[in-house]
Design a protein around this ligand. Structure first.
Ligand SMILES: [Zn+2]
Length: 81
């Protein structure tokens, strides 16, 4: 039996930081990527709730690094109407 893939590491962990385009908060996103199973997953800005999407194998984890900088406390509203 060959173990080509370590079961403890199902995919490659992708970590990046980004700023929210709506409220200016900065946060880190941790997502696992499986090259043979690309899926669209959504994550939300921890401060205003604006949704972003990326390709990942599961729900991304979001860590807030810096609070929002727009001085407001409203939630982002998707304009669907
Ligand atoms: Zn935001």
């Amino acid at each position: 039996m060959k173990h080509a893939v370590d079961p403890g590491i199902p995919g490659s962990l992708s970590i990046f930081e980004r700023s929210c385009g709506y409220c200016g908060a900065r946060f880190r996103v941790l997502a696992t990527r499986l090259p043979d199973d690309p899926r669209k997953e959504e994550y939300a800005c921890p401060e205003c709730g604006k949704c972003y999407a990326l390709e990942a194998a599961g729900e991304p984890e979001v860590q807030l690094l810096r609070p929002r900088s727009d001085g407001k406390n409203d939630r982002y509203q998707e304009t669907m109407f």
